[in-house]
Design a protein around this ligand. Structure first.
Ligand code: NAG
Ligand code: NAG
Ligand code: NAG
Length: 488
């Protein structure tokens, strides 16, 4: 018992002194939460208590003992009320600064200029409506326009920006990731366009939920290296922006929750030969994906197209392309296909070239009709699906006809059952007993009648009368039939 007490005391002492050392080394750790890296050379600081009045004092940033700035690696300050941000950050080598959720309404000029190693700046969830062009101005550097030279990632999402000043990124031309999502942009106006035009090295652009209805023609002209584009949540986008074809390096495109109706070859995707990942989820109005609609996407490997509550049809060849040479059909090398939770009742086997080439497949939560059009799903797809993902494969169920409703595809597969076929009117023969009897009676009468007609035809009864057949061939037949050489 005593040993345990002693042990607890010792641990407390060790922890305390450890904390004490770090607090002396990294003064911000006295007022904020901290994690220190293994060598105790840098600290990551998180402040969620009000510290806006003390944080800028030199004491927290500069060590007189070593005559250097304190080695913070990252600083996160949330839930403070900076509102009008006028204080200039002291010199620091920090690489990450997170100022989200601080009610920031205004940023004065050059407040980040002493953070020349800052790679990531997060200003999400504030009240920014306007950002002055010199807010991101840095320090003088030869042959450069007072840059914030290390900044690569800037998050301005969840603010109140309608537009960007055209010079806003003049000092931050190395930005690779720009997040403008959840701002009420409504339109990417000329100034915003010019602003983004400064970002030659832009790789990722986030524009989800910005109420935009499209992309201006030359938006993707200058940022040649853009790899990721998120346009989700813009219900006003009802057409695939054809300017996407300018983004030659685009690899990932997200179009969740947008306003598309039907995707066809004509309004479908432009040529995007490098696109690998496409998300098309939660598009309420997406009804049909027609043949060749995804034809431009020759290298697509991941297609996530789930939760589209009205998607009833994916046409055969919807993802394929007609080859220009030879006229054959070319399929993209899709490896991951998610088409769960749509409104699909049937699936064409021709939408994918090789189902056994898939590494991920989700077709669950669709109102599958368990009838003979879908028999291939049981016979051909189930064995493959069980290999790809046994758990998911066993979760696919029938939604119709009523007799099959509770069955899983797996049940049917194991029983090696054959699913019934609808007749051409979509009736269910066994339920329409009367119709069936009627049909049978009809057939019983029809068969002798047809035989009689055939017999009559062979005997040339009709051509003699000359009523039924008036084609030139029949004339010649009649002509020949009267010729003596005909062997009858
Ligand atoms: C502290 O460092 C600066 C430059 O880094 C230097 O100019 C200054 O003389 C140093 N002061 C002391 C007391 O060493
Ligand atoms: C979408 O396609 C379906 C079936 O082809 C058609 O009935 C519907 O009118 C189309 N919707 C629009 C908005 O074009
Ligand atoms: C798109 O929506 C799906 C679910 O509907 C989700 O799994 C996926 O992460 C979303 N994509 C993005 C980029 O948010």
């Amino acid at each position: 018992m005593q040993e345990i007490h002693f042990f607890i005391l010792l641990t407390t002492l060790v922890t305390y002194s450890w904390a004490d050392v770090n607090q002396n080394k990294f003064p911000l750790c006295k007022i904020c939460a901290c994690t220190v890296d293994n060598n105790e050379t840098t600290a990551n600081v998180t402040c969620v208590k009000p510290i806006e009045y003390e944080i800028f004092s030199d004491y927290f940033w500069f060590s007189n003992a070593t005559n250097t700035s304190i080695a913070y690696n990252s600083i996160t300050i949330n839930y403070n009320k900076f509102i009008d941000f006028t204080k200039i950050f002291p010199t620091s080598n920090l690489t990450y600064l997170n100022l989200a959720n601080n009610n920031i309404f205004n940023i004065s000029d050059s407040i980040f200029k002493n953070l020349q190693n800052m790679v990531v700046l997060i200003l999400s969830y504030n009240d920014l409506e306007i950002i002055h062009p010199d807010a991101f101005r840095g320090l003088y550097l030869e042959e450069s326009l007072m840059p914030l030279r290390s900044l690569k990632e800037l998050r301005l999402d969840h603010n109140k920006l309608h537009s960007l000043n055209q010079d806003i990124f003049e000092h931050t031309t190395n930005i690779e990731i720009l997040d403008l999502s959840f701002n009420p942009l409504e339109v990417i106006d000329h100034h915003t366009l010019l602003a983004i035009d400064n970002l030659i090295y832009l790789k990722e652009l986030y524009l989800q939920y910005t109420m935009i209805s499209g992309l201006p023609d030359y938006l993707l002209h200058t940022p040649k290296f853009i790899r990721v584009l998120d346009l989700s949540g813009n219900q006003e986008i009802t057409k695939i922006p054809q300017t996407l074809s300018d983004a030659k390096k685009l690899e990932r495109l997200f179009l969740n929750n947008t306003g598309f109706t039907n995707l066809t070859k004509e309004n479908g995707f432009p040529l995007m030969p490098n696109l690998k990942v496409l998300h098309l989820c939660r598009n309420e109005h997406l009804h049909v994906i027609d043949r060749y609609a995804l034809c431009g996407l020759g290298n697509l490997t991941e297609l996530i197209m789930s939760d589209n509550i009205d998607l009833v049809t994916i046409a055969d060849l919807a993802f394929a392309c007609r080859s220009e040479v030879g006229g054959g059909v070319v399929y993209p090398p899709i490896k991951k296909l998610h088409i769960g939770n749509n409104k699909l009742a049937y699936l064409d086997s021709e939408i994918i070239a090789r189902w056994d080439g898939l590494s991920e497949l989700d077709i669950r939560e669709n109102p599958w009709t368990c009838e003979c059009e879908n028999q291939w799903l049981i016979d051909d797809l189930m064995p493959i699906y069980l290999k790809i993902d046994e758990t998911m494969a066993k979760q696919v169920t029938c939604a119709a006809p009523v007799e099959m409703k509770s069955l899983t595809f797996y049940d049917i597969y194991m029983k090696k059952s054959h699913m019934r076929c609808l007749d051409i009117y979509g009736h269910r023969p066994e339920r329409d007993g009367i119709l069936l009897v009627g049909l049978l009676t009809g057939l019983l009468i029809a068969i002798p009648a047809i035989l009689l007609i055939i017999f009559a035809y062979q005997k040339r009864w009709f051509s003699i009368i000359g009523v039924f057949d008036k084609s030139p061939a029949s004339y010649s037949r009649r002509f020949y039939s009267t010729s003596p050489t005909e062997d009858f």
